[in-house]
Design a protein around this ligand. Structure first.
Ligand code: PGA
Length: 246
């Protein structure tokens, strides 16, 4: 089972609620991509239903889940626990994605409780933070992200944590934060993490990363990789982003 590497750039795909067994050939192509780019940690979070199949096909590719419950088992109809993700071959879980914060009303306290359960199951975490457009326009982006980090980072070690800065207004919109916005927010996140003993925690950028903007984004200071939605669904466009990270 491949884990998220803390030394290499991480390019992680998030398939969201997309992907059927007929799409597993894309996983094969992404695995081949990971095998031929050893200088990049390539990761993929397919829907729960494909984790076991995907992990069975992945030798160089890290496979994870897009969410997990805060309990390992019990009467929680429709939910999937961290232990189940691990049992299916996953090595990490994305937590606190803005779509879950809005669609499922997940707040920082719940996200923090989930981090505890995910770490207890021996999995790594990609913890997402990011402001909405209104919050940025109001000049509150820095404060919102600082509050999300303060409220949702796990209380103990950050050894198995990766942070993803994803401005909500840039997700799936074709708009990306500009280079100054990304560099400034990543510097702020780094300083919070450093104070928590997380000087080496990778910080990914996410929000409309595409092959044509990836190189510029990935070359910014404190950008340790990318979390990619739409452009990860097809191995060909994902390859353009992974190759930009080499
Ligand atoms: P996007 O999604 O690349 O489609 O904007 C990013 C994400 O939500 O992780």
């Amino acid at each position: 089972m491949t884990k998220l590497d803390r030394c290499l750039p991480i390019i992680a795909g998030n398939w969201k609620m997309n992907g059927l067994s007929a799409d597993l050939h894309q996983v094969d192509a992404i695995e081949a991509l990971a095998a031929r780019t050893p200088g990049v940690c390539v990761a993929l979070a397919p829907p729960f239903t494909l984790i076991r199949d995907a992990s069975g096909r992945a030798a160089h590719l890290a496979i994870g889940a897009q969410d997990a419950h805060l309990a390992q088992s019990g009467a929680h109809t429709g939910c999937v626990s961290p232990e189940m993700v691990a049992d299916a071959g996953g090595s990490f879980v994305v937590l606190g994605h803005s779509e879950r914060r809005s669609d499922q009303r997940e707040d920082d306290a719940l996200v923090r409780a989930k981090t505890k359960a995910v770490l207890a199951a021996g999995l790594q975490i990609i913890l997402c933070v990011g402001e909405t457009e209104v919050e940025r326009d109001d000049g509150r982006a820095d404060a919102v992200v600082a509050e999300q980090l303060a409220g949702s980072l796990p209380e103990r070690s950050l050894d198995d944590v990766v942070v993803a800065y994803e401005p909500v207004w840039a997700i799936g919109t074709g708009r990306t934060a500009n280079e100054e916005q990304i560099a400034a927010m990543h510097a702020q996140i780094r300083s919070v993490l450093r104070n928590r003993g997380g000087a080496d925690v990778p910080i990914l950028y996410g929000g409309s990363v595409k092959p044509d903007n990836a190189r510029a984004i990935l070359s910014l200071p404190e950008v340790g990789g990318a979390l990619v939605g739409g452009a990860s669904l097809k191995a060909e466009s994902f390859a353009g982003i992974v190759e930009a990270a080499v």
